[in-house]
Design a protein around this ligand. Sequence first.
Ligand code: HEM
Length: 470
Amino acid sequence: MATLAQPESPVTAVEAAPKHWKDGNPEASDLSHIPGEAGWPLVGNTFKMLADPHAFTRRMVETYGRVYRTRAFGGWNVAMVGAEANELVLFNKDKIFSSEQGWGPVLDQLFPRGLMLIDFDHHRIDRRALSIAFKPEPMRHYSGALNRGIAREVAKWEGDMLFQPAIKQLTLDLAADSFLGIPWGPEADKINTAFVDMVQASVAPVRVPLPFTKMKKGVDGRAYMVEYLTKETERRRAEGGGQDMFSQFATATREDGSLLPVDEVVDHMSFLMMAAHDTITSSATSMIFLLAKNPEWQAKLREEIVAVTGGPDGSGEPRAVDYADLAKLELTEMAFKETLRFIPPVPSMPRRALKSFEFGGYHIPAGTPVGINLYWTHHSEEYWDDPFTFDPMRFTPDKVKARHKYAWVPFGGGAHMCLGLHFAYMQIKILMAQILQRYEIVVEEGYDPDWQPWPIPQPKDGLQVKFRKI
Ligand code: HEM
């Protein structure tokens, strides 16, 4: 095995996966020097992981340490847990880890060639081209659309409601407006249905599009979406697009001045919608729940929001949050960060090692699927006092500075760090401004819903809340 000494990093080798690996996956004997377990025959630890991934990780770390091997979803992989592991994998200084090959098995069929499904130079060039859609001018435009759409909907939310389905629908409708530049209505509904089918298929257990399966609906949804986005890319190029995100993508250029190929615009756009949708839905739901459980924080955030917006207008309606004022909502941002620590919407991230490397005293061969675990790091007493208490004050600048940079990574890090994180902060701040200026968020005494932990955390009952008019 050829090794290449790299004294400044823990990485020691560069080579292809051994030829005897079936489908490029490691055999048990290749990883037998790493502690861990195979789980049940055939299925490995798949069901134990799906049933309660957090308890599973806790047990594995307690039993085997922070680097362990396990067998799940049809193959062996190595889990690396903790802030150092997050830094090694996400910062990816030595280009060891492929995001494309990590996420590919999950996302490639429905969301191929999205940013998380390409690596290195191709990724860098496309990401830079797409970044144009997140510059201040387009962001100001989206903030207007978000303020209008959120105010219109939240005004109807007085009383008892299931929050999760309501915010899911609102996030879809808002995306039609600010992502695609189309008004709410029948056309947006058709696209939303196709899109939801694609998202559901991406985590469906049956991976072939047999009749009546979720995968078949997803594949049909993708065909509709591709046709729509292809036609629209061409139209927006010919006529000049609007200020929505899709129009920005359609006319984005690479470093050499060339437009992105139409099929790539289409794939980037549908991937971005997927990346945005369930993450915002999940984090908004978690934040409402955590604020309901911590009414003193509702009061603090409400006070901050009223101070920044100037409170309700002459007709008693909450004022919109100006784009320029978003940065002033500091406590709201800290409460959102604490929510993302508490319940990270993307609880783990998969990669495949393109080169062999050393970590935690173990040699991990090239070709090994590896994963990092945010949920564990976000709740480890090594980085957080009293980790199961909701405390936004963990995110004061001093506290952040004193902590390991990779102890809090809900948006990932390095080259693939979430491209839409400022959009997420913006949508959540505007949402909280509209809700907290109108309502007190109340849940029944002792209410503690069961959370579905995977693939995206959400309360199984949809989150039963009461919005009590202030
Ligand atoms: C609270 C909300 C969100 C969370 C927690 C979140 C989380 C993440 C994470 C963890 C990654 C990196 C995954 C990895 O490296 O394996 C990511 C990537 C990405 N996110 Fe987000 N996201 C959120 C909202 C959004 C929104 C609103 C958008 C778009 C408007 C978006 C667009 C993207 C894109 C395009 C990528 C791929 C970036 C790349 O590979 O270069 N995300 N997100």
